[in-house]
Design a protein. Structure first.
Length: 537
């Protein structure tokens, strides 16, 4: 496949992360590998750059084809105030373009200056800036971390610039770097780098071809950014419409593919509707939530923790609820039971009758995760009250990994026996007027997670407690509506899962196509009489 054919397929690759950047990298590799333009070894103008060799290209080392002028320092007294002084910050990393010109009067405080002339190649040798390479268009001075290279007459400065930005050389430089805080390439290692050298006329054709293809990349990148900006604007408008009126109709509106809204945003929108009472219509025949609360208080075996029976103050209410709903504290309808501090000496990776429930069993967005080969077991006697049952709702009260604090999971009915480990909270509802599935989705809501984050303790590892969790305001719907909400959320989350799978498949297909295109580019440009492994001189 030719580069032109690649650009014709770009629309299919637009969703591949970094597609344009990878194309730029491939173009440079083809250029310095002799596979971007055809050579003409029979032409006098294309004869090898120095001695006659049987191969079309030859290989040399940088010290033989360019003068490394890192030691050509200029004393401050010899530099005019109006002279150009180039610093690494003036060079754009992705393209290598110069973004600003500063004078010596503006840069007196910078480190020792080295002089350079038009046509010198200015190479940034610090590791984070290895792709900052420019060709000087006028005389000036550069700071100590930029090395001026003066190419021999048979080496095009622009071709040398391409080589220094190529993946081949970047890998070499990365291997030779020294230093901890700011790794850099030493001058001797720079001079020792091998460089493939085509005839001068071919170098110029390569540079012209690269410039042409990079200009196309610029256009594609601009088009891609324009498209992304339009999609982002549409997504913001769609989400704003939803936030102003979070109705089921506006939720369906968010699923339109052109809005480019992430699955995470869609899940957040669904849960926002669910916990605000706007996902399904209310039924006047449903028993109001007040009755659920009264039954729960009557059936509660003991007084709740301090504060859980306090009415939710108006200042705490994040939104208004339908008339049939009621704001309560979570502790008014449920209790949280601590797990058992099992001795770590009895933990084992060898299967036993008891599976140890750990933070690794929780998905960050809710749900139970089978740890597979990483499953931990408990060897010993387990008190019956600390054996979990299928369907038990549990949450971690210590965040041992980002996003796990308060993330809910149901114990699966998979034939295994799970034990209730410490720092995991088991939800025990006081009556059957609360659907565990509704509580599960509430625990995944941004409001609940935000409340835990606001009240938790700890710096490196965040912790919460039953008291803090049970004080969180809980929007309680009628029981029948809870079931309708759970069914609706499950359905919509299934659609989001499908959308996420489709996006992943599209990205995978794009990656496959990208690999095919790159392979085609490489193969189609290989010249039968040219070989990267030319004669060394």
């Amino acid at each position: 496949m030719t580069p032109e054919a690649f650009f014709e397929t770009f629309d299919q690759l637009a969703d591949v992360p970094g597609a344009v950047a990878r194309l730029r990298e491939v173009i440079l590799e083809l250029a310095v590998g002799g596979r971007l333009v055809p050579g003409d070894p029979s032409s006098a103008s294309d004869q090898p750059a120095s001695c006659s060799t049987p191969s079309h290209w030859r290989r040399s080392v940088l010290s033989k084809v360019a003068d490394c002028r890192a030691s050509a320092k200029a004393p401050p007294s010899a530099i005019a105030d109006t002279a150009w002084v180039l610093d690494l910050e003036d060079i754009e990393g992705t393209t290598g373009r110069i973004t600003q010109f500063a004078t010596f009067a503006q840069r007196r405080s910078l480190s020792t200056k080295a002089a350079f002339e038009p046509g010198d190649v200015l190479y940034g040798r610090l590791r984070p800036y290895l792709n900052k390479v420019v060709v000087a268009t006028m005389p000036g001075y550069c700071t100590t971390e930029i090395i001026p290279l003066r190419p021999a007459p048979f080496l095009s400065p622009q071709f040398l610039r391409l080589f220094l930005r190529s993946r081949t050389f970047l890998h070499y430089a990365a291997e030779k770097n020294y230093g901890m805080k700011m790794p850099r390439l030493g001058t001797k290692d720079l001079e020792s780098a091998e460089i493939p050298l085509p005839p001068l006329a071919e170098q110029r054709r390569i540079v012209a071809r690269v410039d042409e293809l990079m200009a196309l990349c610029d256009r594609l990148e601009a088009l891609q950014q324009e498209r992304e900006q339009k999609h982002a604007a549409l997504a913001r408008a769609a989400l704003a419409r939803f936030n102003e009126s979070p109705t089921p109709a506006n939720l369906e509106f968010l699923f339109h593919r052109s809005y480019d809204i992430t699955p995470a945003d869609l899940r957040k929108a669904i849960l926002t509707l669910a916990v605000q009472g706007k996902l399904v219509p209310q039924d006047p025949g449903d028993e109001p939530a007040e009755g659920v609360v009264c039954r729960g208080q009557a059936e509660r075996p003991r007084p709740g923790l301090d504060g859980v029976d306090e009415p939710v103050a108006d200042a705490e209410l994040p939104w208004s609820l339908p008339l049939s709903w009621k704001w309560v504290r979570l502790g008014a309808i449920a209790n949280i039971r601590h797990g058992y501090a099992f001795s770590s000496e009895s933990f084992t990776s060898e299967p036993t009758p008891y599976v140890l429930t750990t933070p690794g069993n929780f998905h960050e967005s809710g749900g139970f995760r089978d740890r597979g080969a990483n499953t931990r077991y408990f060897r010993g006697v387990v008190p019956p009250s600390f054996v979990l049952n299928p369907g038990d709702l549990i949450i971690p009260m210590t965040e041992q990994a980002a996003g796990l604090l308060g993330s809910p999971a149901f114990i699966p009915d998979d034939g295994k026996t799970y034990v209730h480990n410490q720092r995991l909270g088991k939800l025990e509802f006081y009556s059957d007027g609360v659907a565990p599935g509704f509580a599960f989705w509430f625990f995944n809501s941004g409001f609940f997670r935000g409340e835990l984050a606001r009240t938790c303790t700890g710096m490196k590892v965040r912790h919460t407690s039953p008291k803090r969790i049970l004080r969180v305001p809980f929007p309680l719907p009628p029981l029948a509506e809870q079931h309708r909400i759970v069914a609706r959320v499950d359905h919509l989350m299934g659609l989001v899962d499908q959308l996420e799978a489709q996006l992943a498949a599209a990205r995978a297909a794009g990656e496959t196509l990208m690999a095919t295109v790159i392979a085609g580019l490489t193969e189609s440009r290989a010249a039968p009489d040219s070989h990267p492994q030319g004669r060394a001189v």
